[in-house]
Design a protein around this ligand. Structure first.
Ligand code: ARG
Length: 700
């Protein structure tokens, strides 16, 4: 019999894989590097896990004069050759060689007890990276931090926590938008309102309002507009007075963001867009040296066969890529597409995109089907992915990173993409993409990160795909996406209101995040008061519990969904104490704690002296599920899907409920063992809460 593997750490699946690896090597010694395929049993009655290598091994060896007569015998042999292992109670081979494994119940019990003594950190999954950047939250200075940023903050924090738990050194980066052309306007407006330069939060009031007022000024006064444009140049040139005003505006925004982070218990380190600005020229030089940056030709690409009509011009069919010039004031129609009117307007609507930025930093929200107007009220519609060039217009970029091609811009052409990636604007300025390229260079080379994870709504997917592709062209990232260093864009869907439209308050303004979180807490406090807790608890306890449940509920409601889907924000649903909610889970945890408390037993003594046994079916099921925790974290982490951990947690509490309704704990003959099982459940639940950024409660 082969020797058992020496290393017996890792998740259940990984430990089984090691045992099977030994056996596969003995069974088919000529096949190199066979990776054991281990999965939970499809039929629970056949076992706990199965090894699925026999079929693929058979197809590899059958032509090579093997002694085996089919996949079944290969499976049989792998089973026979398994080294002695405490883990495995029994095995059987089914169908075309699937090897079903029933884990040893005693081993499961022992492993849980070992975790109780050594601590749950010994269950941390192992990941193949040492350092990662998680770029999350990243709101824009002087603008509202909206629910999209809330999702980014919540999901990003969880991913960072899971990586940290897996012993990865995580750089939690707040890539705030602090370096746009909008600062010229803001600074000039600030100077106008406070000529002596002394301002504080109260003076400015709400930055949103300040932003809108300065925008109005900018749009309404040509002279102001010019000064504002010069202000950008002076700011970027490093002029003291301008830097100071800029820093002041950033600081006020920052304090607003902090209020949200404090409530959520999220820690971030700010390295905003401005930080990377000095690195852009060098980064672009590197790309230029590789011949990647080109001066953009004057081309518009439309889908093949589309007819383009230019009023006052000829009708042309676009078979290849035709070059079309649109004079100011000309009207363009694309058959089968949308009408495009170019009346000297500077705004383009791209269906599917949500927010569009003009050069001036103006943001125009685009509800599906809604017409977007620029300040002059002119309208342009383009289908998603189409590229339009408007002579004399500015560089236009959507928030999703889609780019409207502009004459004179420097671009990187990426195969398979209709739209080139603009890295230098027509006016020589840098943009979102050039900043992200510089930040990527910095993270790879200065910070030595091996995995760089970005969280934004799915609308920005194109932008990320484009600059990741550029980085691959430059040779910064391997083309094999399973190799490191690696970049991942973690996209997420919209937050919807009950009306299934983008979440807003009654006044149709974006929801203020702080108010939203406060509301969740207020509702929880009310519910606790209704249950008479104000009389039983100290005011601090009431306060802390309402916060834990309220904020926890908001987080969990977000995290439990597959992040790519839109989710509906609904207080009643998320604060329900039944069903898959944080409230239900927190109560379940508190109930377990109260069982342990009421027993009056010393858990520390039990961990050392007691013996955990899993005699009843429900006990074994719960025990096995506990042991699958590392697997769940690893999957959630590697696939960047926090909902996997939520599902695990919900399942855990369901399994506990079945156990508790079948097995008496306090006062039973098995009390000592069952209390250990309760404790292990509470420990794993708390780790799940911790990883999801939720504060546990111990009593209800
Ligand atoms: N500030 C951007 C926004 O609000 C998000 C930035 C995401 N991070 C990045 N490296 N692009 O949409």
């Amino acid at each position: 019999m082969a020797d058992a593997p020496e290393d017996n750490t890792g998740s259940l699946k990984e430990q089984l894989a090691k045992v099977f690896e030994v056996s596969i090597k003995v069974t088919v010694p000529d096949e190199s590097q066979v990776v054991p395929i281990i999965a939970p049993c499809s039929k629970k009655e056949s076992g706990d896990y199965q090894c699925n290598n026999a079929m693929s091994l058979w197809s590899k060896i059958k032509g090579k004069g093997t002694e085996f007569k089919g996949p079944q015998p290969v499976g049989q042999a792998i089973m026979r050759n398994l080294p002695a292992s405490d883990m495995i109670e029994s095995c059987s081979v089914a169908g075309p060689g699937f090897i079903n494994v029933k884990l040893s119940t005693q081993w499961i019990a022992k492993s849980i007890q070992k975790m109780l003594i050594d601590g749950i950190d010994t269950w941390a999954p192992k990941l193949p990276v040492k350092r990662a950047v998680v770029d999350f939250s990243s709101p824009n200075i002087a603008k509202e931090m909206h629910v999209g940023h809330l999702r980014s903050t919540i999901i990003g924090d969880t991913l960072a926590r899971m990586l940290e738990y897996s012993k990865v050194d995580v750089l939690r980066r707040n890539h705030v938008g602090d370096w746009g052309t909008q600062f010229g306007m803001l600074i000039e407006f600030l100077f106008e309102k406070f000529p002596d330069g002394e301002v504080n939060d109260q003076d400015i009031g709400e930055l949103e309002v300040f932003y809108k007022a300065s925008k109005q000024r900018f749009d309404g006064d040509k002279e102001f507009k010019e000064t504002a444009q010069q202000a950008v140049v002076r700011l970027q040139g490093g002029e003291e007075k301008y830097r100071k005003a800029w820093a002041q505006i950033c600081e006020i925004s920052r304090r607003g963001f902090e209020q949200v982070y404090r409530r959520l218990g999220v820690h971030l380190e700010e390295k905003g867009e401005s930080f990377y600005n000095p690195y852009i020229p060098g980064t672009l030089d590197l790309l230029r040296q590789k011949g990647l940056i080109k001066n953009e030709a004057q081309a518009i690409k439309f889908k093949e066969g589309q007819v383009i009509k230019i009023e006052g011009a000829k009708v042309e069919k676009n078979k290849e890529d035709l070059v079309i010039k649109i004079e100011r004031g000309q009207v363009i129609t694309i058959e089968g597409a949308k009408v495009i009117k170019n009346e000297g307007a500077k705004v383009v609507k791209i269906e599917g995109a949500r927010v569009i930025k003009t050069e001036e930093g103006e943001v125009i929200k685009n509800e599906k089907g809604e017409v977007i107007k620029n300040e002059e009220g002119k309208v342009i519609k383009v289908e998603e992915g189409q590229v339009i060039k408007i002579e004399g217009a500015q560089v236009i970029e959507t928030e999703g990173g889609q780019v409207i091609e502009i004459e004179g811009a420097q671009v990187i052409e990426i195969e398979g993409k209709d739209i080139p990636l603009i890295v230098v604007k027509k006016d020589g300025g840098y943009n979102y993409a050039s900043t992200d390229l510089a930040a990527l260079w910095y993270r790879l080379n200065e910070e030595k990160a091996e995995w760089i994870i970005y969280l934004t709504d799915v609308g920005q997917r194109e932008h990320f795909e484009m600059f990741f592709a550029a980085a691959k062209l430059a040779g910064w990232l391997p083309t094999d996406k399973n190799k490191y260093p690696k970049t991942s864009h973690v996209g997420f869907g919209l937050v919807l209101g009950d009306d299934k439209k983008r979440f807003r308050t009654r006044s149709t303004e974006v929801v203020k995040l702080v108010d939203l979180l406060d509301e969740a807490k207020r509702r929880c406090k009310e519910a606790l008061e209704e249950r008479g807790k104000a009389a039983q608890w100290t005011p601090e306890e009431l306060e802390q519990t309402s916060e834990a449940i309220g904020y926890g509920a908001v987080k969990y409601a977000d995290l439990k969904n597959n992040r790519l889907t839109n989710y509906t924000f609904n207080f009643d649903q998320m604060l329900n104490d039944k069903g898959n909610t944080a409230v239900y889970l927190l109560y379940a945890h508190a109930r377990i704690c109260s069982i342990i408390r009421k027993s009056g037993k010393d858990i520390e003594e039990l961990k050392r002296e007691g013996q955990l046994k899993l005699e009843r079916d429900e006990e074994r099921k719960l025990g096995l599920h506990l042991l699958q925790f590392p697997e769940a974290v690893k999957e959630a982490c590697t696939n960047l899907l926090p909902n996997v951990l939520c599902e695990y947690l919900y399942d855990l509490s369901e399994k506990f409920t079945s156990f508790y309704s079948e097995c008496q704990v306090v006062g039973s003959a098995e009390e000592r063992s069952r209390l250990l099982l309760c404790e292990a459940t509470a420990v794993v639940m708390r780790k799940c809460f911790y990883l999801l950024g939720i504060t546990p409660v111990y009593k209800i």
